[in-house]
Design a protein around this ligand. Structure first.
Ligand SMILES: Cc1cc2nc3c(=O)[nH]c(=O)nc-3n(C[C@H](O)[C@H](O)[C@H](O)COP(=O)(O)OP(=O)(O)OC[C@H]3O[C@@H](n4cnc5c(N)ncnc54)[C@H](O)[C@@H]3O)c2cc1C
Length: 503
């Protein structure tokens, strides 16, 4: 058994990226501020820690010169700050009764067991890699790859350095769109193949606006297509993928294909989403939800299968399911913005728990975990910028379908405006879709698609929704105005005002 004696409070963190390392450092800060002695071991199965996966598509596109620029904190910086970081160690067993974690050194196979007072699972998510993308040995076919970590980033940079001519992106979500941008900017003839309308986290009418922009940049977009197989060339590398129509394409989109269409590609990027890595939690007896993520309460305390909080067990980040802030529904929104916040909440509570250890039993437990994660609205932004086209996308709150599905009576409207006063050279078109609940007039969701300066406007809406604002509230809010930044009324405000007038 490794680690310090039980006189010191011991935290074992499994997974040393956004959630895990936010938690580790916050726990140390909180414990130190309270004069407590906390020892933190962080186990990470790869060679990487604390990097921005979000920056990988921009590294592949050539905006970032090398992968080291994406590292927020090096292993040495973590160690200098007091985290006992073990890279290349995979946690293979969690014993909740004995309070131990067993890890295997991936290079040597050596096993080590750590005792803990608190354990935090921050094992993240794994990209979806369908069987058709794998060879007989279960490895991705050469030329086909997902985009998840720095190794993928380096592999993509090397693949594009080999100057392929044609690229296929499978999946039309934000990672697919960002890889399509990278391919197009690298001069590849690019095809984007997707099951549903591009950007399925938007309403289809807003997604269609994104598709039109991407097509304007010369990317061939095939909507309503399910890739199910691939062909390999004589060199053993991918040559093309084949798809069958799903019927999920928009009517009149111009993308209605022949059955079994083939898309030639020297490289194929997979942007098919991610699933939570919750195997360790499941095997240990923690609760895992219908969406596959570890279940926690809002203090990031892991739940047992009976739904009760399990003392000393915590989870944060992409390995967890999230709770929708207003509806209370369990959702899965694997984003770095949530992973960092959830990690910080867990760390604060673990630090308090370390400081309070020995001073009270169950009665003191709530006081020792005061930090709470406020839930998610699904706020997200991205862009596609290549070949003279620049389209930004922002969204927050439920889509129309999600709002109707949760039983709400919804009114919505799309407004077209500009990102700056119309006479300014920087003015670009922006479309804003706003959704509100009939009766209560509460703002539910906002989606924006437009030129430079569009995406982050969604944050105004997210702040308003977070605080339960109505469309009338937003219509009257004191938002900023000067010609280079906005028309007199901000586009989100115009959309809310128009909807308010109609309701
Ligand atoms: C290409 C790309 C672009 C993205 N862009 C954005 C964006 O623009 N905005 C945004 O908000 N989010 C974005 N994200 C999502 C964001 O990167 C993730 O939400 C975030 O990294 C999640 O952090 P995490 O710590 O929960 O999980 P991860 O970052 O997945 O880290 C989990 C770590 O745990 C390790 N691990 C797993 N199991 C074990 C084990 N048994 N033992 C030891 N170690 C283990 C893994 O190796 C991994 O390093 C993007 C993701 C990708 C891939």
């Amino acid at each position: 058994v490794a680690g310090p004696s039980s006189a010191v409070h011991r935290l074992v963190v499994v997974g040393a990226d956004a959630a895990g390392m936010s938690a580790a450092h916050q726990a140390l800060r909180t414990a130190r501020a309270a004069g407590a002695d906390l020892h933190v071991v962080a186990l990470e199965r790869t060679a990487h820690t604390s990097y921005s996966a979000c920056g990988i598509p921009y590294w592949v596109a050539g905006d970032v010169e090398d992968g080291d620029r994406l590292v927020a904190r090096t292993a040495q910086q973590h160690r200098d700050a007091g985290v006992d970081l073990r890279l290349g160690v995979e946690a293979v067993a969690l014993d909740l009764a004995a309070r131990t974690v067993t890890g295997v050194d991936v290079a040597t196979g050596a096993r080590t067991t750590w005792e803990y007072d608190d354990v935090l699972l921050a094992t993240g998510a794994a990209p979806v890699v369908p069987p058709w993308a794998l060879d007989e040995d279960g490895r991705p076919v050469p030329g086909v790859r997902a985009v998840k970590d720095l190794d993928d980033g380096a592999a993509w940079v090397a693949m594009l350095d080999a100057a392929p001519r044609r690229g296929v992106v499978v999946g039309g979500g934000y990672i697919g769109l960002e890889m399509a941008e990278a391919f197009a900017r690298k001069g590849l003839a690019t095809t984007l193949v997707t099951r549903r309308e591009v950007m399925g986290t938007l309403d289809p009418d807003m997604g269609a606006r994104v598709r039109e922009a991407v097509e304007r940049a010369g990317v061939t977009v095939r909507v309503g297509e399910d890739v199910g197989s691939l062909e390999v060339g004589p060199d053993g590398r991918v040559a093309c993928v084949s798809a069958v129509p799903t019927g999920g394409g928009p009517a009149g989109s111009g993308s209605g294909p022949a059955a079994g269409e083939r898309f030639e590609g020297d490289v194929v990027a997979l942007g098919l989403g991610a699933r939570p890595r919750s195997e360790l939690a499941l095997a240990a007896g923690l609760a895992v939800g219908d969406l596959g993520g570890v279940l926690t309460d809002d203090r990031q305390r892991a739940l047992g299968r009976d739904g009760a909080v399990l003392p000393g067990a915590w989870a944060a980040g992409d390995c967890c399911e999230h709770v929708e802030r207003h509806g209370g529904l369990r959702v899965y929104v694997p984003l770095g913005t949530h992973a960092n916040k959830m990690g910080r909440v867990a760390g604060e509570n673990i630090g308090r728990s370390a400081a309070g250890a020995g001073t009270g039993g169950a009665a003191g437990a709530e006081d020792r975990a005061p930090a709470r994660f406020g839930g998610v609205l699904g706020t997200a932004v991205t862009r596609f910028a290549a070949n003279g086209v620049h389209v930004e996308i922002g969204r927050t709150g439920p889509t129309t379908q999600q709002a109707l599905g949760s039983g709400r009576d919804v009114a919505s409207l799309v407004t077209e405006s500009t990102t700056a006063s119309g006479y300014m050279p920087e003015a670009a078109p922006i479309a804003v879709k706003v959704l509100a609940e009939k009766g209560s007039r509460r703002l539910l969701g906002v989606q924006v698609v437009g030129g430079p300066g569009s995406a982050k406007r969604v944050d105004t809406a997210a702040a308003a929704i977070w605080l339960h604002a109505s469309v009338d509230d937003v219509a009257g809010m004191d938002l900023s105005y000067a010609p280079p930044f906005s028309p007199v009324y901000d586009p989100v405000q115009i959309a809310c005002r128009r909807l308010a007038e109609r309701m």
